[in-house]
Design a protein around this ligand. Structure first.
Ligand code: FES
Length: 111
């Protein structure tokens, strides 16, 4: 993947530490979670009933859906707690010179 695939989303300092933040990246709804100098990006829609995961809570390396409590691993998008059974897409993120860049090509999730 070339550098050109990455789009600048925001400054790292714009993201609250340990909280979910919604972003629209070229028409795709993304939820960003900052943990220190690292940023995780997932598709901003729960795989259970299509509500925004950016309204949910972050705990350690998981994001909890506010509606029925499904837990998703920030690194893989895989559900770690029911009722969701399907993963949500995750996206590669790079932090360069204090700015957050994201590729809209989802990471492949091995099953
Ligand atoms: S909509 Fe997210 S757990 Fe049901």
């Amino acid at each position: 993947m070339s550098d050109n695939d990455f789009l600048r989303v925001c400054a790292l300092g714009d993201l609250p530490e340990g909280e979910a933040a919604a972003a629209d990246v070229h028409g795709t709804s993304i939820v960003l979670v900052r943990r220190g100098e690292e940023v995780f990006a997932l598709y901003d829609e729960c795989s259970h009933a299509a509500v925004a995961l950016s309204e949910g809570d972050v705990e350690d390396c998981t994001l909890e859906c506010w509606l029925h409590g499904s837990m998703f691993d920030l690194r893989t998008g895989k559900p770690t707690g029911p009722p969701a059974t399907a993963p949500v897409p995750t996206y590669p993120v790079e932090v360069r010179d204090g700015d957050v860049y994201l590729s809209l090509k989802p990471k492949t999730t091995e099953s």
